[in-house]
Design a protein. Structure first.
Length: 367
C-alpha cells in the first residue's frame, strides 16, 4: 500500500509499508541530504585515545553476563551484588587522552581545536540504569519523579497517515499521566520491562538516583571517551552493524517514523545488554535510549526531524536549560536522526521527560 505524507517544511516523502525500495530510497536520500563532506585525510588524523583503559581494577569483578538476546531476556535488571557493592554494575576506566568530537559526523560534533582532551579515571555503569534499579531507588527514598510532578511526559508512537498530515512531529505527544512507571500513561505499567532502561526521567531525576548511590552523571567528554572505547568512532553513513551485517545496536531500520522493520530484533526499547558490548565492556552506548550527561549544550546545533520534544510539551511551560544527551536511541534511522555514533550529540531541556531518554552513572577516581 503506497502512501505519502507531509514532513515539516513541506517536503513530501513517498513510500510503501512493505517496500524495500522505499527504505533504500530513504537511506540514499538521507546520505545525500544530510551528510557533510568528509575527506579521507580528515578521517585519518583522528585517533580514538587509549585502548587499554579497561584496566586491572576490573579483574575479579563480577561483570555483566549480557551481550545476546538470550542473556538480556533473562536479566533481572539488577546487577550482581546490587546494594552490597558500591560499584555494582560498573567497570573502571583508566584515564587518558582522546579526541573529543569528530570530523566524520555533523557540524556540531566538530572537535574544538585538535580535539585532544584528557579524561581522568572513573567507574561507569555497564548498562543504562534499568527500571528495576530506578524502582529500587523509589522504594528506598519515596522519590517522586518530575514527570509525576508535571503530570505527563513526551511519548513516541508510530503515527498514522492522517496524523502525519494533520501536524508536524506527529510521532511525539504529551501524554498526561505518563511517567517512568507508567510508560504509556495511566493504566500502563512495567510488566515485563524491568530489564529495560528507565526513561521519562529528567536530568534532575537522573542526578537524584546517581546521588543516592554516591555517584554522578558523566560529563559529555567522559561519556564519549567511554563510548568510543579506544576507537575513533564511525562516520555519519555507517549504521551500527557487526561483521556479519547484523544490526549491532537497537536503532530504527526502515522508514522513520512510519515503518520500523525491527531487523535488530526490537521495535521500541529493548532490555539492556541485548547486543555485544564495546571494547570497554559497556552495553548500549549506541542506540536503545539516549543518555543524559551533566553538561549544558553549547555550540551549533543541527535540528533533525525526530523533532524537538519541547514542541509538544504543554503551552506556557517555561523552557529549561538545554543539556547534552548522547548515544542515540531506538528511533535513530538511516533517514532521520543518524545519531547512532559515540561522537553524536543532541540537546534536551533539563526538565523535559521523554520516552527515548535514559541515563547511566559514573563515579570518579579521587583526585
Ligand atoms: Ca530497533
Amino acid at each position: 500500500m503506497a502512501f505519502s505524507f507531509k514532513l515539516k517544511g513541506g517536503v513530501a516523502l513517498y513510500g510503501a509499508y512493505a517496500g524495500i525500495a522505499a527504505v533504500a530510497f530513504a537511506a540514499a536520500f538521507a546520505a545525500t541530504f544530510a551528510a557533510p563532506s568528509i575527506s579521507a585525510a580528515s578521517a585519518a588524523i583522528f585517533g580514538g585515545g587509549s585502548s587499554n583503559a579497561f584496566d586491572n581494577l576490573n579483574r575479579s569483578r563480577p561483570l555483566a553476563a549480557l551481550g545476546s538476546e538470550q542473556q538480556c531476556a533473562r536479566y533481572s535488571g539488577l546487577p550482581a551484588r546490587w546494594r552490597d557493592d558500591p560499584r555494582a554494575g560498573m567497570v573502571h576506566l583508566h584515564g587518558g587522552d582522546f579526541v573529543f568530537g569528530s570530523k566524520l559526523g555533523y557540524e556540531d560534533e566538530r572537535p574544538a581545536g585538535d580535539g585532544n582532551t584528557h579524561v581522568a579515571g572513573f567507574w561507569i555503569d555497564q548498562t543504562d540504569v534499568t527500571n528495576a534499579q530506578f524502582a529500587a531507588f523509589v522504594r528506598a527514598t519515596g522519590y517522586v519523579s518530575d514527570a509525576e510532578r508535571q503530570g505527563g511526559a513526551v511519548v513516541f508512537h508510530t503515527p498514522t497517515r492522517e496524523e502525519m498530515n494533520a501536524r508536524d512531529l506527529a510521532w511525539w505527544s504529551w501524554v498526561k499521566g505518563a511517567a517512568w512507571n507508567h510508560p504509556s500513561g495511566p493504566g500502563s505499567n512495567l510488566d515485563g520491562r524491568m530489564n529495560q532502561p528507565v526513561t521519562m526521567v529528567t536530568q534532575a531525576d537522573a542526578l537524584a538516583y546517581a546521588h543516592w548511590l554516591g555517584r554522578d552523571l558523566p560529563t559529555e567528554a567522559e561519556w564519549e571517551y567511554a563510548g568510543k572505547a579506544g576507537h575513533q568512532g564511525a562516520d555519519l553513513d555507517t549504521a551500527p552493524r557487526d561483521a556479519h551485517g547484523k544490526p549491532g545496536a537497537n536503532y530504527w531500520q526502515g522508514v522513520f517514523p512510519v515503518l520500523d522493520t525491527g531487523e535488530d530484533g526490537h521495535v521500541g526499547l529493548s532490555p539492556v545488554g541485548c547486543y555485544a558490548a564495546n571494547d570497554f565492556r559497556l552495553y548500549d552506548m549506541i542506540g536503545n535510549a539516549w543518555e543524559w550527561t551533566k553538561d549544558v549544550y553549547t555550540g551549533p546545533h543541527q535540528s533533525h526531524t525526530n523533532g524537538d520534544t519541547a514542541a509538544v510539551a504543554p503551552l506556557g511551560r517555561r523552557h529549561d536549560t538545554p543539556m547534552v544527551i548522547k548515544g542515540g536511541s531506538f528511533l535513530c534511522a538511516r533517514d532521520y536522526c543518524v545519531r547512532y555514533r559515540a561522537a553524536s550529540r543532541e540537546q534536551q531541556e533539563a526538565d523535559l521527560p521523554a520516552s527515548h531518554i535514559g541515563f547511566r552513572t559514573v563515579s570518579r577516581d579521587a583526585a
